[in-house]
Design a protein. Structure first.
Lengths: 198, 237
């Protein structure tokens, strides 16, 4: 028996979420309709409002409700340092460290040659002009330590160097409080290759 | 599942992967004994999955899996080490090799010789050699494995290639001796060197690179190479 078309459409719509297949979409739809209609109303309104009011910050590319987000406008942040991260969630992680007080640029992705994601798709030009504002003295590359994150960091560093900007890369190695015994071999191998004078 | 379908201790490289459901990955793997095949890695995307530090591209792995269907299920993955991580331009070339395998090599046919060529090429790239003979040997091995039987020792008429002669390469015909210098030609010596896997002559290295690119492009047909496009875009900035 066919489902009512509005129910079918809801299930189909939920499938746009990452990792949600037809079965989980069905489960979610029934849950919302049956057990949590108020939650469903709130979700649909929040989604509509977010879509309506959020845009990309002109300076850091993160989501914001104004042209320039409050962090980029803040006089308490050090405008001479610019940290590049892949995703907004990485920015949040950096903020939790309380170790950094500069500004950010969010790439919203990473180079992924096999998926056809290159500098054009990631708007490298925009980032390069942001980093060339005359105030930025150091760019800190905090892309992931995956092959794709490394490729991204490498090419960004070449392009930034060519524009006379100082570039650094966050370090990698054995985690804080980590014991070699419990650290995966690939991490220990790379920590060994990248060992430093001490 | 029967014990027969359990495979263990297979040398393999991870070519690419795609997210599957909330916490898993489908891997596109190139294994020495079983060729290219898709393997489901359950839970590989969980925050503390041990697979995160193991399932790394351009690194020699030892995999075990089970299942008789098209998509296998990963049972075990070990990182073997010995190959430094690829960096910079070499990393992009690594993606190029992976894309060639993904686009040209059919699934589930064993190609141990090609696997060895791939491992050697990755090893050369890991040591920073972005123009290494190993890359040309890999391309040649790939063309041979997919049944593209170009003979580098003979021209289109079956006559032996002569070292002093210059040749042009024509799609669907092969090598033809050419005396005028119009278009891309290469020396007979280059062809004989390729045939013998000898890349000690710098001219052999540079001419073979152009020839291999033409042969590979022909095999790809209208499937564009994403990694090459990204590479070109990057070097234009
Ligand atoms: Zn901002």
């Amino acid at each position: 028996m066919a489902l009512p078309s509005s129910l079918e459409e809801l299930i189909e719509a939920l499938r746009c979420l990452p990792g949600v297949g037809p079965k989980s979409a069905q489960r979610m739809a029934y849950h919302l309709l049956q057990h949590n209609p108020r939650g469903a109303t709130r979700l649909s309104q929040a989604l509509a409002t977010a879509l309506d009011t959020l845009r990309r910050c002109e300076r850091c590319n993160n989501f914001t409700e104004s042209e320039v987000c409050s962090r980029c406008q803040s006089s308490k942040r050090d405008a001479t340092q610019l940290c590049i991260v892949e995703m907004p969630i990485d920015l949040n992680t950096m903020e939790q460290t309380h170790a950094y007080n500069g500004l950010y640029y969010v790439l919203m992705g990473r180079l992924s040659p096999l998926d056809g994601i290159g500098p054009r798709e990631l708007a490298f030009e925009r980032l390069l002009s942001r980093a060339s504002d005359g105030l930025v003295k150091e760019v800190i590359l905090a892309t992931n330590f995956t092959n794709e994150g490394e490729a991204t960091a490498h090419y960004l560093s070449e392009m930034l160097h060519a524009r006379g900007i100082k570039v650094s890369r966050i370090a990698r190695g054995v985690p804080v409080g980590g014991e070699l015994e419990y650290t995966d071999a690939a991490t220990v191998a790379q920590a060994f290759i990248e060992r430093r004078d001490y | 599942m029967s014990a027969k379908q359990r495979i263990d201790g297979v040398a393999a490289f991870l070519l690419h992967s795609h997210p599957y459901s909330e916490t898993s990955l489908v891997l596109d793997v190139f294994s020495r004994e079983h060729g290219r095949l898709p393997i489901l890695a359950r839970g590989a995307r969980r925050p503390r999955s041990a697979l995160r530090g193991t399932l790394i591209g351009f690194q020699l792995l030892e995999l075990g899996w089970f299942g008789g269907g098209e998509v296998k299920t990963l049972a075990k993955a070990e990182w073997c080490g010995g190959i430094p991580l690829l960096k910079g331009r070499c990393l992009l070339l690594g993606y190029y090799l992976n894309e060639l395998l993904l686009k040209l090599l059919p699934r589930e046919d064993a190609h141990p010789t090609l696997f060895d060529s791939y491992a050697e090429a990755i090893g050369a790239l890991a040591n920073g050699a972005d123009d290494a003979p190993e890359l040309r040997r890999f391309e040649k091995a790939l063309l041979k494995e997919i049944g593209y039987g170009l003979s580098f020792g003979h021209d289109a008429d079956g006559a032996p290639v002569e070292a002093q002669q210059r040749y042009g390469y024509f799609i669907e015909r092969g090598l033809i001796a050419i005396d005028d210098a119009e278009g891309f030609t290469l020396s007979g010596k280059t062809l004989l060197d390729i045939d013998a896997d000898d890349y000690s002559d710098p001219r052999t290295l540079s001419e073979s690179k152009i020839l291999m690119r033409q042969l590979v492009s022909h095999q790809l047909g209208d499937k564009p190479l994403q990694s090459r496009r990204v590479f070109i875009d990057l070097h234009e900035l």
